[in-house]
Design a protein around this ligand. Sequence first.
Ligand code: NAP
Length: 257
Amino acid sequence: MLGTGTNTFGKENQTFQGAINFDTTELQSAIALGYRLLDTAIYYRNEAVIGKAVKESGIPRGEFFITSKIPEKSEYNATDNVVRSSVQSSLDALNLGYIDLYLMHFPLEKDEDNLRVWRVLESFVDQGLIKSIGVSNFTINQLTYLIKHARIQPVLHQFQSYPGKLNADMIAFCQSHHIIPEAYHSLAKMSEENKKVLTSIGQPYGKTWGQVGLRFQLSMGMVVIPKSHNPLHQQENMNVFDFELTQEEVELISSLN
Ligand SMILES: NC(=O)c1ccc[n+]([C@@H]2O[C@H](COP(=O)([O-])OP(=O)(O)OC[C@H]3O[C@@H](n4cnc5c(N)ncnc54)[C@H](OP(=O)(O)O)[C@@H]3O)[C@@H](O)[C@H]2O)c1
């Protein structure tokens, strides 16, 4: 239900474009705090850093849940063989034997091409090298086509969602099709105005705006993957399972624009 994003981890200057420096400090603090779901991607260039941190932790690999993603650019998926080598590059870089969840990071232009990539991902599931497959940043129409034609159904959809921009239609669509909705940008994009509303809701519980936002998403059945370079924030983001929002608070947060 709760993992850590990693898109700036293991990089110089803690920036997305920063050179990979194999520094596992943030990953080690997250793992020490109890995070086991680690969300990476070929685009992040840091799959090898994630694999390194898992091994350094000394915790059995089976306790982790590793997500990675194949990009939508044709250099990563132009033919079935190219898709295979992209997935193989993730397996090699992570070097953890298998990948728990592999997502199409963005849809391709044509539904038929999404299905073509998907068929290759299905073959990796058949081989046991990927345990589950899903998508990210799809529209309802794109998902509908995939659901109709896929042999193995997508288990999860990762998309942008936060108080103020919930994407409620997508959450409902996923849940009605037994697809787990997973939020990204749970914290990063929230408006200052909405943070104030969440801050006041959190006061009686002794919780921050971020904790209220994450608790809200969890209570809607979403998986969340907040990312922080700050161990105090990492801890705060995990500390969201000891309070419940009231129905009125949930409705208020749902109504934010
Ligand atoms: N599928 C996709 O297309 C896609 C796109 C974007 C992201 N993602 C994934 O989703 C993950 C999360 O998204 P994200 O990293 O962009 O954004 P995020 O987790 O919503 O927010 C990260 C920002 O929030 C701050 N923060 C974290 N915890 C906080 C807290 N408790 N209080 C106050 N500020 C806090 C962080 O700063 P500090 O470091 O200072 O705490 C950082 O600036 C990514 O790392 C990536 O794995 C996927």
